[in-house]
Design a protein around this ligand. Structure first.
Ligand SMILES: [Zn+2]
Length: 68
């Protein structure tokens, strides 16, 4: 990985979405609530304040599994 991800303590306002940027060859996701970052190769999966995995994140995980 070309740089470390920003990981903040997620708060009750977490809302994840694709940033539109790419890190290495992966889509970069950001949390607008706390500023954390995530890419699909990470061993954890981000969730929104609602407790659900956001749709764009689910798609990215599925695409990554399909590729492997
Ligand atoms: Zn967050």
């Amino acid at each position: 990985m070309s740089r470390p991800l920003e990981i903040a303590a997620c708060r009750s306002a977490c809302a994840w979405d694709a940033s539109g940027e790419r890190l290495d060859d992966e889509p970069l996701f950001v949390c607008s609530g706390c500023g954390s970052e995530w890419v699909p190769s990470q061993p954890w999966t981000p969730i929104d304040w609602t407790g659900r995995v956001p749709g764009p994140v689910q798609r990215a995980v599925r695409e990554r599994r399909g590729r492997g």
